[in-house]
Design a protein around this ligand. Structure first.
Ligand code: SF4
Length: 699
């Protein structure tokens, strides 16, 4: 049996993989894993099929010299020599900011570290961003602005101890199922436990709720302000905690009293009584916890939504003790590892600050370079806009499928068409993005390489290798360090094993708030998973942060920030009267490049669909199952309508998984999504696009 970690969502469940004499794999949950305790969801249980079915795998490097030619097989040497020559020549002619890397929350920590070091230390640009920008960058800023650093304060175990759990903009019953098992267990074991769900959709999670606040999209901040006002007015706050450990309460108090509860309930589109119940449940609870993901983060006001929700934990003093705390869930298995290594355009290793000259110099000295650029790099959507208008010339895409996952697909397509040089490093040809590559590099997949990941509760795990990569595919870390050597940076990239890369990352965390000096591949492999910080070899990890109520701000006090509740999404109009929100279904993950090839998973919901309220449908002459066209300012999508009262009137829902390769009718949700983004976190507004919906007439 080989121990590993599920490579889908950020829950990070432990798996045990076995291989018989014929090479057939079997897989089960790891009962010793503290986070998942032997449980796996439908996606995790079928993970080994993605390794066994190699029909879609990229087997050898492929290259073309111009776009009118087909891709042709080349050697690794030729492939990486060409990549190095093109990057060198573009940088010499147009400067380092003309190139960039776009990576993924599926990358292992070692891979993130290498790409970060190569880009910021040696290529001379901060143009490294990842698809985690689409997932949790608003939460990163929310934590920084309130707690002083991007640090998830609590553990999954706190769910087992909470009295009231507020789940906002998340559907863990489908998208983080093994966390939701804990919620169900807590509900069954503790009859007074209250589950509050905030979501415009009546999801499987909302079905289980004691209170479902089915708010209008974009009104989250108004809701949390109203809850705060209710808590303050009823004396249900922790004044001693506020006085001793926070700043900013007076201004916040004034702000939340700008609206009456009645006005707030009306803006949010929920009954006033329900708002009052939420205040009671939270205020009377001894252990209040919140949990959220894309519904809050993927917003033009994602940071304000995060801050206003975290404020509820601060004014009630419900942080740093068992059964409490704000728990942001990550959508991807190693989004947290990316945050630790500084693997994004505006971050530096170990939560150092790119804007801080001393922090930049520390990193530069460690890497043996003169400096790290001070100019923040281009973030995900900006990077593709820069390729489209010619400011960037080359992009290296690692383990992600932006043609399907980024908003406003038209911009992404034009960007890839306009780029001088596109490298796609991936495991599979099931990605729509491969078709735009000048150079395709075959990567090893899950179970075919060694490395580490960190899940949503700061738990670091070691991923063992149990299969050889097919054909000539190589581990991503090896591809990056070989490319760096070909670029002439051999001394700094003379690695022969990912453990050496991990050791370097570990050394950079020394003395920081995420100190993992006590970790190594060997300790993780033999000792199992552990939650950071782990500052010494003797440390057994850290279940909860801020138990002493000393926060990571300069004065050690948490900041209760006052934010506006105005939404800045694109407005609905008579021509585009409906709000489109996008999301996930139970048995698919991201753009289906892995889950889409598992027959069992495709049976749950085999085709894309549009959720629409029966009244909105009847106004348009649409019946259940009818083909419909969803038109926005940027494009259109065609799917069949699913009439359901589970969605608010005025709101429609499309799953985000399907791309062109999977659906000839072109059901790519991002054809119509807005590319507006939060001005601070740069996370796109994927939960709010103005659209119209019409029945497709028979030809
Ligand atoms: Fe994998 Fe997430 Fe399911 Fe756990 S909950 S088995 S990590 S997909």
């Amino acid at each position: 049996m080989v121990k590993s970690t599920c490579s889908y969502c950020g829950v990070g469940c432990g798996v045990l993989v076995d291989k018989d004499r014929n090479g057939q794999l079997t897989l089960q949950g790891d009962p010793d894993h503290p986070g998942s305790k032997g449980l796996l969801c439908s996606k995790g249980m079928n993970l080994h099929y993605t390794v066994m079915d190699q029909s879609d795998r990229l087997l050898y490097p492929q290259m073309r010299y111009n776009r009118s030619m087909p891709l042709e097989r080349v050697s690794w040497d030729d492939a990486l020599d060409r990549a190095a020559a093109v990057f060198t020549s573009i940088i010499a002619k147009y400067g380092p900011d003309s190139v960039g890397f776009y990576a993924s929350g599926q990358c292992l920590t070692e891979e993130y570290y290498l790409i970060n070091k190569l880009t910021k230390g040696f290529l001379g640009t901060n143009n490294l961003d990842t698809n985690s920008r689409l997932c949790m960058s608003s939460a990163v800023v929310g934590y920084k602005q309130t707690l002083g650093e991007d640090s998830v304060p609590c553990s999954y175990e706190d769910i087992d101890l909470a009295d009231t759990l507020l789940v906002a903009g998340a559907n863990p019953a489908w998208c983080h199922p093994i966390i939701f098992r804990r919620v169900e267990a807590r509900k069954a074991a503790f009859p007074d436990f209250k589950l509050i769900v905030v979501d415009p959709r009546r999801t499987q999670t909302a079905v289980m709720a004691d209170l479902h606040l089915q708010i209008k999209p974009g009104t989250d901040v108004t809701l949390y302000h109203a809850i705060a006002r209710g808590l303050i007015d009823r004396g249900l706050i922790d004044q001693a905690f506020i006085d001793n450990h926070t700043d900013g309460f007076d201004a916040f108090n004034e702000k939340v009293h700008e609206r009456s509860l009645k006005e707030a309930a009306s803006i949010c589109g929920i009954p006033l009584e329900d708002l009052k119940w939420a205040i009671e449940y939270i205020g009377r609870s001894k252990g209040f916890m919140s949990m959220w993901t894309m519904g809050l983060n993927q917003s033009v006001i994602g940071v304000n939504k995060n801050v206003s929700l975290i404020n509820l934990s601060l004014i009630t003093g419900q942080i740093g003790k068992p059964g409490t705390g704000p728990l942001s869930l990550t959508g991807q298995p190693n989004a947290m590892g990316g945050r630790e290594t500084g693997g994004m355009a505006n971050l530096l290793s170990a939560h150092r600050d790119l804007a801080n000259p001393a922090h930049r110099q520390e990193i530069a000295t460690f890497w043996g370079v003169d400096s790290v650029p001070d100019k923040p790099g281009l973030t995900a959507t900006d990077m593709f806009a820069a390729l489209r208008d010619g400011r960037m010339k080359a992009i290296w895409i690692v383990c992600t499928n932006p043609m399907v996952s980024l908003p406003d697909s038209r911009i992404v397509e034009e960007a890839l068409q306009n780029a001088r040089f596109v490298v796609v490093q991936d495991i599979s040809n099931r990605s729509d993005t491969v078709a735009y590559a000048d150079l395709v590099l075959p990567a090893a997949g899950w179970g075919e390489k060694i490395g580490t990941m960190t899940n949503s509760e700061r738990r670091v795990s070691y991923l063992n290798k149990f299969a050889e990569p097919p054909g000539e595919a190589k581990p991503d870390a090896e591809i990056i360090w070989t490319f760096a050597q070909k670029m002439g940076f051999g001394d700094a990239f003379a690695y022969t094993h990912p453990a050496q890369v991990y050791d370097e990352h570990v050394r950079l965390t020394k003395g920081t708030n995420i100190d993992i000096t006590g970790l190594s591949h060997e300790r993780l492999r033999t000792g199992g998973t552990i939650q950071w910080p782990v500052p010494t070899a003797e440390s057994t990890g850290t279940k909860r942060l801020f138990t002493d109520h000393q926060f990571y701000t300069p004065n050690r006090r948490a900041q209760i920030k006052t934010v506006s509740d105005a939404n800045h999404s694109e407005p609905t109009t008579p021509d585009f009267p409906l709000i489109l929100t996008t999301g996930r279904i139970r048995d698919q993950w991201h753009t289906m490049t892995k889950t889409g090839k598992v027959a069992k998973l495709n049976t749950h919901i085999p085709k894309p669909f549009l959720d629409i309220h029966p009244k909105d449908a009847s106004e348009r002459g649409i019946e259940d199952g009818d083909p419909v066209v969803i038109k926005g300012h940027r494009g259109e999508v065609r799917v069949n309508a699913k009439l359901t009262k589970d969605i608010r009137r005025g709101v429609v829902f499309l799953p985000m998984h399907w791309g062109k390769l999977f659906n000839k009718d072109f059901a790519r949700a991002n054809n119509v999504t807005s590319s507006l983004y939060d001005p601070i976190s740069k996370e796109p507004d994927l939960k709010f696009s103005a659209v119209q919906v019409a029945r497709v007439s028979a030809p």
